[in-house]
Design a protein around this ligand. Sequence first.
Ligand code: BGC
Length: 816
Amino acid sequence: MVLTDTMSDDHWRLTYNGYDPAKEGQREALFTLGNGYFASRGAAEESTANHIHYPGTYLAGGYNRLNSDIGGKVIEHEDLVNWPNWLLLKWKHEDGDWMELETSNIIEYSQSLDLRSGIIERQIHTADKKGRETRIISRRLVHMRYPHLGAIQWHFKPQNWSGNITVHSALDGTVRNSGVDKYRKLEGKHLRKHQTGQFKENGIYLKVETSQSETRMCQAAGTAILPGDSFSSIKKETIEAEEYIAQEFTFPVKENREVIIEKIIALSTSKDHAISDTVSEAQKAISRAMSFEELSKEQNEAWQEIWSRCDTEINCGTSHEQMLLRLHIFHLFQTLSPNSIDLDVGVPSRGWTGEAYWGHVLWDEVFIFPLMNLSLPELTRSLLMYRYRRLHEARHNALANGYKGAMYPWQSGSNGREETFGFHYNVLTGNWIRNDFQIQHHVNSAICYNVWQYFQVTGDYEFLSFYGAEIMLEIATFWASKATWSEHKRKYEINHIIGPDEYHTRYPGSDKPGINNNAYTNIMAIWVLKHARRAIEVLDERSRLQLTIRLRITKEELYRWDDISQNMFIPFSCGGKIITQFEGYDDLKELDWNYYKQQYGEILRLGGIMEKEGVDINRFKAAKQADVLMLFYLFSSTELVQLFETAGYKFDPKDIPLNIEYYEKRTSHGSTLSKVVNSWVMARCHRDKSWHNFNTALVSDFEDIQGGTTPEGIHLGAMAGTVDLIQRCYTGLEMREGALWFNPQLPDDLTEIEYPLYYRGHWIRFHLTQNQLKLTCYTGWSDESIDVYVKEHRYQLKKGEEKIFQYDKKMVKAEK
Ligand code: BGC
């Protein structure tokens, strides 16, 4: 790992020195501040959207639909709305132009994100054409304890001049959605009915409404120039335009004398709980708001509460990995925080940090929930409720497509209908390509898997009996109706679907979307059918009866589920050693990977490259991301062997490395999720390669390894996945059969891991080195002891107890 000179080695702080317009978009995404309710990109306060800057503000789950013309066809799309820009704060000399980084002489510039407190700071030292030097220290927060508040503070100091300045503090509703190049051809004007006004002495507000979903938002702002009493001569002016309101303050400043400028904003929407109307709520919040200093103190405390649940410490030689790991945890909990509990929001694949994937919810939560289950399971429950509330829509989706049960959409937004856009824009060619991703039905199995994992960690029977089991049963019913009997194979099949690898969307030469018998999809369907049955078994008799009657699940239907899982077709090749990605995969051509690597260097975006070359990638054994390998990611070898056995196949876990090697060679890793999976599956057989993959996944956004996707939003799945690799993979942590299982195996470079984890009413501090494991059951509400298996040896742990185990590759010895 190379420490770049832009990096501070403080492992709680991400710092960049110098201003780099080419990197600004990426930094804006990485410096996004959020609180699980709303988020704003880390754009410079003085900027507006252009080819360098994009100051987006997003409301968790704030969507709106628009129609766009795609080649003469009107298509509706649902977007994560970019709301008015409250960040806008700029200044000028009375006789000069507004200060902009692009036109100023930048003497010194740095920006840093304090992960401990969620505060960003910019230090700007500029000079204008007349040589007047000014220093500004800008600090900003989006409040974690008061989710409706955001705040900016400027320490403004003229270095070598005195004179009059004008400060402009605005709420800008002229914004539109234009944060993603590929979607620029789509309509992006979501806001209408702008209403502006003033209140109290220094208050302004802007109210808007989305054009279709009719969500109203009011932003109110109060700006103060401090110390107030020294400015008897502040000239104040309010500027009101159609979609914009601002206040301008003109006042004298003196050489070397610091002035403080504070802008506090409040944001209220018609989706909020416990409100009267958005305007009065936002104004009230401003009237009651504290000073920036007081707000930052409470911000710090609120983040400490979060960190106490999830901070994950590692020792691997440098502090760089530690900082990135914390950056990833930070992004997870500012996207989805305790403030999100009870909001009707799902897990957006790119956080609320940009507009890629239209802010939709895909299957990425399968990479995110494991981490959340161990630190804030209440939040997982709330996020699973996003799915439960859309179960009815999923039922309709199944029915409309000729199936039973519930078929969740591949891309989900406001109400759970299928939001997958029928076209995909290739920026390399400028072409719209047909997009059939809505048949990535494997998302359903991921949802089912997530419900069960949550139940395993929490033992939350209420959730299972009221909501979770119903989701699981309806998804099982869907798979049972999707599976068809092949007389020829004497097996069940699942056809016309797309697996996780998005490069294979149909057979070469065929116009019909979908491939058949994707091994991952089929195995997951077996898992779903088995576990939906288990979910009913663990329920009390009344719930079981009521649920099965309500869902019309008869004994015959259950027998059919068993029949399907016991007779599911799984394609194999190489004499049963290699799990074939899908039926017919073996007939595809090998890709000349060397050619593409030599020609293009970086081939993460192989799909786009081949489309540009006019070559159909469907013809080749080339995957975008882990597909078969997902099986080794989600299941232990024991579980996997059992799943194969259920379907009547013998799979030897000794062949796992063979499969890893086979698919690793044929994957471009065009999704950041892929490296997480590869790191995971290699953890036991190639520890060095696993560590290497982990490090690549760790810098996915920090280095924008896909060359341009990070500015459009960070990759939340990959971020959470890296933390999960530390927490569960290298420790061999599993939650199954009502117990915690540890089977640690650290990569050579990783010498220590420490983090708190939650399990069934206990908080356990987990400390691991290359040969010692320490478990401290330090707090919790449960008086029951828990079963802990360390390398298959059973122990028990109670509240207040600490146990130390010495271990090596084979054996384990308990010390206390
Ligand atoms: C991946 C999907 C993923 C999506 C959002 C795509 O590149 O292929 O598996 O759900 O990104 O993260």
